[in-house]
Design a protein around this ligand. Structure first.
Ligand code: ADP
Ligand code: ZN
Length: 519
């Protein structure tokens, strides 16, 4: 291990190991396999780079991202480590030269794309070389149920069969239990030591609010809590990015847009300003953020709902890398829920994938509507147990009230039923409130028993009821784009009165101020 520590100082210029790095490296140096689950930015690369340098022979790194591969090789070369890559972007000459270097034993690290590695030709070539280890980066790509499934990864079990004596390390930032089990099974890592780092980011305060005027809420949040701070505001569409950036700029903030529709030069310039200037707000689609390592981002705000908890965790994780207090702030509304459900159903993914996506969106919605600690739920989703509520999320700081919404929910559901399961929320709310309206009269819905039976709530409260019913899967949204609602299996139990329904009382505006005073 002295050797490893020496490499850490002399090659990489770091003082000490972080988290599990040292134990992982020791495991590989002892010739054993390892499975490493570490959040993004945790320092996974050193876990295989150092043992590859320390052990005799070449470390083979399997990585699906060609751009990342090139960056890593460039950085290693600059640090004086002999490294190269093999992928389809190279000229045949260059490829042959890399192969010669490998066979001569001139390389400490060789990065290979998975489809390349599993070619018989490549395997034969590797058999003729001295190998230090195999590192399988982004190992969750082996999971059929993940976002990033890559069929080539399925064939990587061949490494164990063909090279039983070469230690293997698999790495990923996706830590949920099913994915972990799949990685172990498919890559034949039953004997590997497993290292799970905590995914907790204790300095990030999680807050999720509902609907209303999202932009005004955002402005108040920035003005009252983050004046002069650097932050990221995520929006779903390019148009919303442009509008929001402009709107914030008109109010005196340095807010810049970032999305794939901008000229590359503009994008690069905005990114550079965000990185180098103080207090710049980047308004962006999710295209922004990959590989951005700015330590003092004080807030990440979402004006739309992310489509999964993994995405939410990744995006909010860009706040507070320096360990100082930071906010993950989000507001979302009925339209988001409807839109994401529609996008999902209308996509041309196959049924099995849709089922997974649906499940992920459901988990995200349930997370939004939680009345218990958000951090506990977030960590629980990644397979980690937090023993007690965190004291640093909105539900801990300002516990939401719940109310028995069984009767209003029954009214809402029977209104859906009686109007024929094809109308959207606005129309249904009008019927419940007994609004005097041409369309309602034309359909004869003013004669229904549900017409005007909802006067105990106002329109906004009804929208909240519908949103939560959709979030809980008690109503389904049609895919044709009209936002018509249908009953589901689950709605019948509520309609029949077999199940009582407690909903979150909608937050009042002064709550943001109260949460701030508590800080
Ligand atoms: P990951 O692959 O897990 O996302 P990286 O390997 O890219 O993370 O590392 C993230 C950052 O942390 C890099 O800038 C890296 O140089 C730095 N880093 C890694 N290990 C250490 C360490 N022991 N000390 C200081 N910085 C480190
Ligand atoms: Zn909490």
């Amino acid at each position: 291990m002295d050797d490893a520590r020496h490499i850490l100082h002399s090659v990489f210029g770091y003082e000490r190991f972080r988290g599990h790095q040292e134990e992982v490296i020791a495991t590989l140096l002892a010739g054993r396999d390892a499975l490493v689950l570490m959040p993004t930015g945790g320092g996974k690369s050193l876990c295989y780079q150092i043992p590859a340098i320390a052990r005799p022979g070449t470390g083979i790194v399997i990585s699906p991202l060609i751009a990342l591969m090139q960056d890593q090789v460039a950085a290693l070369t600059q640090a004086g480590v002999p490294a190269a890559f093999l992928n389809s972007t190279q000229a045949p000459n260059a490829q042959r030269e890399v192969e010669r270097q490998l066979l001569r034993g001139d390389l400490d690290l060789l990065y290979v794309a998975p489809e390349r590695l599993t070619l018989e030709r490549t395997l034969e070539m590797l058999a003729g070389a001295r190998l230090a280890l195999f590192a399988i980066d982004e190992a969750h790509c082996v999971s059929q149920w993940g976002h990033d499934f890559r069929p080539e990864y399925m064939q990587l079990s061949v490494l164990h069969e063909r090279f039983p004596d070469v230690p293997r390390i698999a790495l990923t930032a996706t830590a949920d239990e099913p994915t972990r089990r799949e990685i172990v099974a498919r890559l034949k890592l039953e004997d590997a030591r497993v290292f799970v780092s905590s995914f907790d980011r204790p300095n990030i305060r999680y807050r999720i609010g509902q609907g209303g005027n999202a932009r005004e809420q955002l402005l108040r949040f920035i003005r009252e809590e983050h004046a002069g701070d650097a932050g990221i505001v995520y929006c779903l569409s390019r148009r919303r990015v442009d509008e929001t950036a402009e709107w914030l700029a008109e109010r005196g903030y340095t807010a810049l847009p970032y999305h794939a529709g901008l000229e590359p030069a503009v994008r690069a310039a905005n990114q550079a300003r965000f990185l180098n200037e103080e207090g710049v707000i980047m308004v962006a689609t999710i295209a922004f953020g990959m590989g951005i390592d700015k330590p003092n981002v004080r807030f990440v705000a979402h004006l739309n709902l992310p489509k999964s908890i993994e995405a939410y965790y990744q995006e909010t994780g860009r706040a507070g890398r320096d360990g100082l207090a930071a906010d993950a702030w989000m507001t979302y509304g009925l339209q988001d829920v409807i839109l994401l459900r529609q996008m999902l159903e209308a996509s041309d993914a196959d049924d099995a994938h849709k089922r997974v996506e649906r499940h992920k969106l459901d988990a995200m919605l349930a997370f939004c509507e939680l009345t218990t600690c958000r951090r506990q739920a977030l960590l629980g989703y990644f397979g980690e147990t937090a023993p007690r509520p965190c004291g640093n999320c909105d539900t801990c700081l300002d516990p939401p009230e719940t109310w028995d919404a069984t009767v209003p929910a029954q009214k809402a559901l029977s209104c859906v039923h009686r109007t024929g399961q094809r109308f959207g929320v606005s129309y249904l709310v009008d019927v419940l409130l007994g609004k005097d309206d041409d369309r309602i009269r034309r359909f004869g819905h003013d004669a229904l028993s549900t017409y005007g039976i909802g006067k105990e709530l106002d329109a906004n409260a009804w929208r909240g009821v519908f949103r939560q019913l959709i979030a809980r899967g008690l109503l389904a949204v049609d895919i044709e784009g009209h936002g018509g609602l249908r009953l589901t299996e689950g709605s019948r139990a509520v309609l029949r009165g077999e199940e009582r329904l407690w909903l979150r009382r909608e937050a009042k505006p002064e709550r943001t101020r109260k949460a701030k005073a508590a800080r």
